[in-house]
Design a binder for this molecule. Structure first.
Ligand code: 0X9
Ligand code: ZN
Length: 422
């Protein structure tokens, strides 16, 4: 028995001490374009069957480029298949590891920093900052917890409710970082938290003063930690599933769960989980949202990349009954985003604008939580950007966050003018 414990302990130590990062030396990133349905179907089969290809975009439409990471040992056959089938491709990254090395250099490890939005933060830095912010703005901000992750980390958030005598303010819910590798999403969320509490800009003060904000920068803390410690390209949660780890927390919500655009294979990056809410992060966040029933009037989810603004549904091409309002808010928001730096957003309903994706947070908010306005931002960079899409240079955090906040100002005003906050 003792020996057995000893062996298990030794195994654990090996697992811990082998805490090296996954390397992607000589992995290439290609942009592919299927120009007819046969080519599209072939790409889908490639995605479903190959462990050596990591598709960074969902495959949905002809003539819509998708990015894919190709393992070096797969390269020869991969290119042969593309050539044989006359599928267009373009090399956008020669060696993924070079880009990842740059990413890791941009993580701020010091606890106190003046570089909060000119570098990417560790989870613990962001959490300590949230705690100190709540302390220094005790009258207007409180820490909130959207439950614990599979690895027992807190899903820490902040409620901002400026004490100005106004009662019954409409609630706005913002969730970021549900996909682990989309680092710009939590960075943008923390920038917005800071602006809401400290800005002297009239428009932002108005936003802060007239609404109750519930903001969770890290909806998937285990996954985020894992992208720092082990695998930069990790997307899912970290709950083990037999032969593989994690489910896609943006396919795990209890809204047309696993009906389309999701996988039942635990090794897939879009694995829907073993059941709706099988991921404790999703279960506890949806419970949290349910507990705010009728308070939340606007739901916002931050992802990257592609510069899309999206609204329901992800599971069907049917349009929401208030699609006219969605279009109006979409137009105002994307226009405002572009005003500052000329950043171009496109989008629409999830299913048509990008690809079918059932069980996402936005659909849950709209369908099950009765939140009539629910949007997903796919932040910078755009899809045409030559790279893997995750490696947004840290000097772009502030411009990204600024234009996104411009968009949110316009969004809130438009949603207000349509009467959703009454
Ligand atoms: O596939 C997804 O979950 C999202 N795209 S991503 O590249 N960030 O993975 C899009 C799904 C629509 N977004 C939300 N419903 N939040
Ligand atoms: Zn995402």
């Amino acid at each position: 028995m003792l020996l057995k414990i000893g062996i298990i302990f030794a195994l654990c130590l090996t697992a811990l001490s082998s805490g090296e990062r996954v390397r992607y030396d000589n992995y290439r990133v290609y942009k592919l374009n299927a120009s007819n349905n046969e080519e599209l179907a072939l790409l889908k089969r490639m995605e479903d069957t190959s462990d050596s290809l990591l598709f960074l975009d969902g495959i949905h439409r002809v003539n819509r480029a998708v990015k894919v990471v190709v393992a070096p040992h797969k390269l020869h056959d991969f290119l042969l298949i593309l050539d044989t089938n006359k599928i267009e491709y373009e090399l956008v990254e020669q060696n993924l590891q070079t880009a990842l090395d740059k990413d890791y250099e941009q993580i701020e490890t010091r606890a106190t920093t003046s570089r909060r939005w000119t570098s990417y933060q560790t989870l613990s830095n962001t959490y300590s900052w949230l705690v100190s912010l709540a302390n220094s703005h005790a009258a207007n901000a409180t820490l909130i917890e959207g439950g614990k992750s599979y690895e027992k980390r807190s899903i820490l958030g902040i409620k901002i409710s400026i004490q100005n005598g106004k009662k019954q303010k409409p609630g706005i819910f913002l969730e970021a970082g549900i996909h682990a590798r989309e680092w710009i999403a939590p960075a943008t969320a923390t920038y917005i938290i800071n602006e809401l509490l400290t800005s002297t800009d009239e428009q932002i003060k108005e936003l802060a003063e007239n609404y109750d904000w519930y903001i969770f920068p890290h909806a998937n803390p285990d996954g985020y930690m894992y992208t720092h410690s082990t695998d930069r390209m990790w997307r899912k949660t970290r709950q083990p599933y037999d032969t593989c780890f994690g489910a896609d927390p943006n396919r795990n919500w209890n809204a047309s769960w696993n009906s389309v655009g999701a996988s039942s294979n635990p090794c897939s990056d879009t694995f829907a989980g073993s059941a709706a809410n099988s991921e404790i992060e999703v279960l506890s966040l949806s419970n949290y949202i349910d507990s705010l029933k009728n308070k939340i009037k606007l739901y916002i989810s931050f992802h990257s990349f592609s510069q899309y603004l999206l609204y329901p549904y992800g599971n069907t091409s049917a349009l929401p009954d208030n699609v006219k309002d969605y279009e109006q808010v979409y137009n105002a928001t994307t226009k405002a985003i572009g005003n500052r730096y000329g950043t171009v957003y496109t989008g629409g309903n999830i299913y048509d604008a990008i690809y079918p994706a059932a069980g996402s947070s936005v659909d849950y908010a709209y369908v099950n939580a009765g939140i009539r306005m629910a949007f997903c931002f796919e932040l910078r960079p755009n899809g045409a950007f030559n790279g893997n899409g995750m490696e947004l240079p840290a000097e772009q955090i502030i411009p990204t966050a600024e234009e996104t906040l411009d968009g949110i100002v316009a969004m809130v005003n438009e949603v207000k003018s349509l009467g959703y906050f009454d």
